[in-house]
Design a protein around this ligand. Structure first.
Ligand code: FES
Length: 75
């Protein structure tokens, strides 16, 4: 049996969030009091993950990338 080596850390998208877990899964329960719009992080750099804290703006400025949050809106 030949096993592939683990990918280099540099190739990981997730650099810091829940690295002790095999897979990052978050569950959010919507409530009637919740704000009209909730931004969820898609850049994996937020200090409030899974919620966006706008860190993506600095990442985009430094790299020329264009990532941003998923906005979940109430109807
Ligand atoms: Fe990650 Fe905003 S901080 S999308």
């Amino acid at each position: 049996v030949v096993r592939a080596e683990a990918p280099a850390q540099a190739a990981h998208i997730n650099k810091t969030i829940k690295k002790e877990e095999a897979k990052v899964v978050d569950v959010c329960v919507a409530t009637a009091q919740e704000q009209k719009q909730v931004p969820y992080c898609r850049c994996w750099k937020s200090s409030t993950f899974p919620l966006c804290d706008a860190t993506h703006a600095q990442h985009n400025k430094e790299t020329g990338d264009n990532v941003g949050p998923l906005l979940v809106k109430k109807e």
